[in-house]
Design a protein around this ligand. Structure first.
Ligand code: ASP
Length: 439
């Protein structure tokens, strides 16, 4: 058995947290490959080292003095080193960083130093080999991460390594220039390493015990999700459930490696298992509920629309021409509605409306703002009759008017459009009927 373990910033924010991580790693000799984030917040008003690095580099880029800011960053690491009683010194590393900042090495390089330095400390603390991610994670000229070349490089590099620390969040172009993933990208690094070493499991350690059925800011102490499939997770993360970076499932998915989300502060909890497929019945018919506010519905009407070939394409062309992606397109005989993100659409709305008139010649266009979309997701819905019925009767009882319904043929999720103002009430009603009433 081989396990890849990734630890998030809050799990590595201080020496005390490092010790918990050390204990977790030593508790299981299969935890051989470790992917650390940069130190996160130690308390709620604290600043993440990644953000300190971005701010410090902004000064360097503007030609201003950044010594104090860099010193404060070094102090964060020194506090960890001292707390762990290590003899390691990062002085030389910081001299190089200072020089590279002066030479304007770029903000990707700057941000990546957060995980790079934490990786050096972690490797020293555990007695594991340090493998710089810039030597094993490759980006192509367009800034796209090159999955296949990376997999080969990483596999070869780690083939004869017994135990290693590979910092998260970054890689490099072919010429060695450092490039980071988007924020939270250490999750992706962990997944890449897991794929390359063909791990049995990718453990992602964070500060919550896995995914919850609903947002705890809306539902008081919601139940946790024990097992979720990659596809269910995609649906929920897209709608705002943010425990894991959205792109982190792709590398492990190719090898069918499960991801186990665990809590560094409660290692005895089982967390959530993210798997390709499972015959384990979910505890409830629904696996999770997530949603987002801030959508607009553009309603387009035209008599006999259904018999006009190409009408839909022409309408969507208008959105494409202005670089606006659409979320859902429910349609009727003489109507078609396009759901878009309000903030993306707002300042281009009149241009899009005239483009629709020009391209598709509709009878009328009406825009409705301030809508929310809620996704009710669950593999259990497929084999159960009446799920939609229960959702809508629960919403009716809660006095929520449903503006839109969209169920994919996979029967994995039902998307519901409601007014922003009804968002929380709707989620509560759905949670109550499927979870609370079943407890
Ligand atoms: N440290 C980076 C961030 O704050 C990456 C990560 O933590 O995954 O976004």
């Amino acid at each position: 058995m081989k396990k890849v373990v990734k630890f998030g910033g809050s799990s590595l924010a201080s020496a005390e947290q490092f010790k918990k991580v050390g204990a977790i790693i030593h508790a299981d000799k299969e935890r051989k490959f470790v992917v650390p984030s940069a130190p996160g917040k130690r308390f709620s008003d604290d600043t993440k080292v990644t953000d300190m690095l971005y701010a410090c580099y902004d000064l360097a880029e503007a030609g201003k003095d950044f010594k104090e800011q860099l010193k404060a960053i070094q102090a964060r690491y020194q506090e960890i080193i001292d707390g762990l009683s290590l003899t390691l010194s990062l002085d030389d590393e910081f001299k190089i960083i200072e020089k590279n900042f002066k030479n304007k090495a770029g903000n990707n390089y700057a941000a990546s130093r957060g995980e790079y330095l934490n990786g050096i400390i972690m490797a020293n603390y555990l007695g594991y080999e340090f493998v710089d991610a810039a030597t094993v994670i490759l980006f192509d000229e367009n800034g796209e991460y090159n999955a296949e070349k990376t997999n080969e490089l990483m596999r070869e590099r780690l083939a004869n390594v017994d135990a290693a620390v590979i910092p998260g969040f970054y890689g490099a172009y072919a010429d060695g220039t450092v490039k980071t993933f988007s924020r939270g990208g250490s999750d992706i690094t962990g997944s890449i390493v897991a794929r390359a070493v063909k791990a049995d499991v990718y453990e992602n350690w964070t500060d919550v015990s896995g995914f919850l059925i609903a947002d705890p800011r809306i539902i008081y102490k919601p139940q946790g999700i024990e097992t979720i499939t990659y596809r269910e997770l995609r649906e929920l993360s897209y709608m705002g459930a943010t425990v894991l970076h959205e792109d982190a499932i792709f590398p492990v998915r190719r090898e069918g490696i499960p991801i186990n989300i665990r809590n560094t502060n409660a290692p005895e909890d089982n967390g959530t298992w993210i798997v390709e497929s499972t015959c384990q019945k979910p505890k409830y018919i629904i696996t999770g509920i997530a949603g987002k506010k801030g959508f607009c519905a553009v309603n387009i009407e035209k008599d006999m629309m259904n018999s006009e070939i190409g009408f839909g394409r022409k309408v969507l062309q208008a959105f494409e021409d202005y670089g606006i992606s659409f979320e859902h397109v429910p349609s009727g005989i003489d109507t078609m509605t396009v759901f878009v993100h309000q903030d993306e659409f707002m300042h281009k709305e009149q241009k899009v409306v005239s483009a629709i008139h020009r391209l598709a010649d509709p009878d009328s266009i009406d825009i409705e703002a301030d809508l929310a979309l809620i996704a009710v997701v669950g593999r259990g819905m497929k084999s159960t009759r009446g799920t939609a019925g229960r959702i809508f009767s629960a919403l009716a009882h809660a006095n929520v008017n449903v503006k839109m319904i969209d169920q994919g043929s996979s029967e994995l999720n039902i998307i519901i459009g409601v007014a922003n103002a009804d968002f929380e009430t709707a989620i509560k009603a759905i949670y109550d009927i499927f979870v609370l009433s079943q407890l």
